[in-house]
Write a protein that binds this ligand. Sequence first.
Ligand code: ADP
Ligand code: MG
Length: 343
Amino acid sequence: MIGTKIGFDLGTSTVLAYVEGKGIKIKEPSVIAYDTFTQKTKAIGAEAYKMIGRSPDSLTVVQPIRNGTVYDYDAVQIMLAYYIQKICGSQIFKPNVIVSVPSQVSELDKRTILDLATTSGAARACVIEEPLVAARGANIGKEFRGTMIVDIGGGTTDIAVITGGLVALSASIKVAGNSFDESICRFARYEKNIEIGLVTAEKVKKDVGAVKSLDAELAVRAVGKDITTKMPKTVEITSNDVFEAVKADVDSIVENIRLVLQETPPELNADISVNGIVLTGGGALLRGIDEYVENKLGIRTCCAENPVDCVINGIGYYLKNMDELEQNGYVFKTYQDINDFEE
Ligand code: ADP
Ligand code: MG
C-alpha cells in the first residue's frame, strides 16, 4: 500500500495518532470549539479543552465522541481531517488509516467511522476492536489462552476476554472516568456544600484520587461556588473523600467484570484465574484500583504500563504487521468500497 500509515484511537477523552515508523505523534484532549453562529472552528485539542465550562454563548465547545461512539459527526470529521493534514502536510499520496472502535459498536457505527476516515483524507481505512489492540499494546493475548482486558476510559469501561488474538466475549458499560468526575462533583455538593465543575473534579481525581487508604493521605484545594451563598469558595478534598465519592462506581465496574467472568466458558475462565486481569485506559491510573479489583474478585490484577497508550501502541503494532490483520479477516476499504457496500 502506498501512502503513510496512520492509526487513530478516537477516545471519549483523548485522541491519539500513531504514525508508522515514527510513533505517537498526536495526543490531545478529544475536544473541539467552534463559533456558534458561523460554525467556524476556533480550537481543537488542548486549546479547546481549556474552554470547557468557560466559553461564552458565542462559542460552542463539544466533546464529539461520547461513550465510545461518534456523537457529533461533523466535529469528528473536522478533527480527523485536521490531524491527518497535520501529519501528512503536502504529501501527494493519501494515507492509509486504522481506527480503533469499542468492541460493542454496531456495524452501522463501524461504517460511519470508515466513512468519516475516508472523507477526512484517508485513501483507505480499516476499523479494529479496541480490546484487541489494547491487548497487543499491553503485549498479551496472542496465544490461545484466555486473558482479560479491562479498559477504563472516559465514557466507557470495556471488559473483554481475548484469546488467539481475537475477542472471545466482551461487554461495555457507561461507568468510567467521567462517572468518577460526576461522583466527585456530587460528593462536593452534599458533603462540602460546594458546587465544583467537571474539569475541577477531574483534576482532583488525578491529583489525589485513590481507592485505597494511602499511608500519607493526599489533599488538594478545590475552588467552586458555595451552594448557599452562591459566592466563590475553596475547600480541601482528600484522597479518602475521592475514595468515598467513587466507590460505588468502581464497585459497579467490579460487578460487571464478575458478570463477564460468569459468562466465560470454563477453559478460558480457568486461564484468566492464572493469567489475571490487565487494566488499561486512563482510569487504570486511579491509585489502588488494581488492588481494589484484585481484592474484590480474588483474581490477580495489574495495571498495564502506560495504560493510556495501550490502544494506540497496539494499533502501532498492527500498522507494522498488517499481514496479521489481514489473516484475521480485517480489510482496508476505500470510500468507493464503503458506498458499494451500502447498495
Ligand atoms: P478514552 O479512551 O475514553 O479517551 P482514556 O483512556 O484517555 O479515555 O482515559 C481517560 C480517563 O482517564 C479520563 O476520565 C481521565 O480523567 C482519566 N485519567 C487520566 N489520568 C488519570 C489519573 N492519573 N488518575 C485517574 N484518572 C485518570
Ligand atoms: Mg480508549
